[in-house]
Design a protein around this ligand. Sequence first.
Ligand SMILES: [Cu+2]
Length: 126
Amino acid sequence: MGNGFHWRAMVAMASVALIVALIGCSAQGSRSGQGAFSAVPQGQIVMLGIDKTGYTPHEFTGEAGKPVTLRNDGTIKGCASFVVQPELGIRADFTRSDSYTFTPAKKGRFTYTCSMGMYRGVVNVI
Ligand SMILES: [Cu+2]
């Protein structure tokens, strides 16, 4: 009996931990969806950041015709705040808002940069 009981207790505890983790995640998700900039439409959200190598993630994928929202993860500052990609019409200014939404119309791999062309990242549109 002893072993069986312990095993069941472990499973029960693991389930509780999983449920707590799931609730924690969804609570966080809804909080970030209702930030100061609530005009953010639905669609894919990419948390955009910057490190020494450029924008992070170094590449993200979006779908043609579907909105993509870039959201500053808090690390984007200075000239990196101005993100441009002429072919997709991206012209973001993270000094004015911490999120920017665009709808890619063309498929392909596009390099976007800060307005000076210093920092780079890739958006892959499928
Ligand atoms: Cu720059």
